[in-house]
Design a protein around this ligand. Structure first.
Ligand SMILES: [Zn+2]
Length: 293
């Protein structure tokens, strides 16, 4: 599932590929792609609009349109935005945005969870508190972890507000921090030497400092490597990322921890497969006691 680095990679590429192109038409091949809006109404809103910018908000790709609206695309599990890519499997193309110059941006999605919406661009700003859930795709998105406003003090205040939350599910909560998914949470917690089940309120100042650095380290590394391609992810040119070659612990159960050499362990936390080093990331005391008994 594409997370911040994958979506950022796609948005940066599309900025070069589609900005200043004018939309001549939109075709939906999957009835739920634009729901609750009927595809013909959706198409009418897009027609004639020029794309003025492409950016990322959380895990969403945002196309700014002239006139103050924005097209928001949620890739979910297997969604791909492909521009001028050869050999696309037609069976999985769910939508197509055509431009006046004859080019097109295609949305391919094997599992059909991806969605599109046209929203008021201003509704995408703010950090969850400032707007109500007017559009379903991006309601109440939290802080951007690569933004300047994501400071150690901000992270500390989040942990204080949610002291009883386990740290890993909290990192995955898009209403708190937007864009972090399973892979980058796992890599960041390993880097910060924090067990995924630690309570947010139990982190000491030094832990919080390391976690803040580790979150940015994991995300920036993912962007630098063009994202992680485990199964489906490809970028807007149809190319795979390289982050999957550089995982420290993700998907490496039984392999030596790159820091201490002891075997990496797979567990399930909040319903998600999780990897950590039991030596570098010590379990919280209550959890240790429970396991001993
Ligand atoms: Zn280790």
């Amino acid at each position: 599932m594409p997370e911040l680095p994958e979506v950022e990679t796609i948005a940066r590429q599309l900025r070069d590929l589609v900005v200043d192109r004018t939309i001549s038409g939109f075709e939906s091949r999957w009835v739920r792609l634009t729901e609750p809006e009927p595809a013909d109404v959706f198409a009418a809103r897009l027609r004639g609009r020029r794309i003025t910018g492409v950016r990322r908000r959380g895990k969403f790709v945002v196309f700014d349109l002239d006139g103050g609206e924005a097209l928001v695309v949620s890739l979910r599990m297997t969604g791909k935005l492909l521009f001028a890519v050869e050999g696309v499997d037609e069976r999985y193309v769910r939508g197509e945005i055509r431009f006046t110059d004859g080019t097109a941006l295609r949305f391919s999605d094997t599992r059909k969870f991806g969605r599109m919406a046209v929203v008021d661009a201003a509704a995408l700003e703010g950090n969850g508190q400032s707007h109500r859930a007017r559009a379903p795709l991006h309601s109440s998105l939290g802080q951007e972890p690569l933004a300047r406003a994501f400071t150690v003090a901000w992270l500390r205040s989040l942990l204080r507000k949610r002291p009883r939350a386990a740290i890993k599910p909290l990192l995955l909560d898009q209403r708190a921090i937007a864009g972090i998914g399973n892979i980058y949470a796992i890599e960041a917690l390993w880097r910060a030497k924090i067990h995924p089940l630690r309570k947010a309120g139990s982190l000491r100042p030094a832990d919080t400092l390391r976690l803040h650095e580790a979150i940015r380290w994991a995300l920036r590394k993912g962007i630098r490597l063009g994202g992680a391609s485990r199964r489906d992810y490809v970028d807007a040119r149809g190319q795979r990322g390289r982050m999957q070659r550089e995982f420290q612990v993700y998907g490496r159960a039984g392999e030596p921890c790159p820091r201490c050499g002891r075997p990496v362990v797979r567990t399930v936390v909040g319903g998600r497969g999780t990897f950590h080093c039991p030596h570098c990331q010590r379990a919280p005391a209550t959890h240790r006691a429970r396991r001993v008994r």
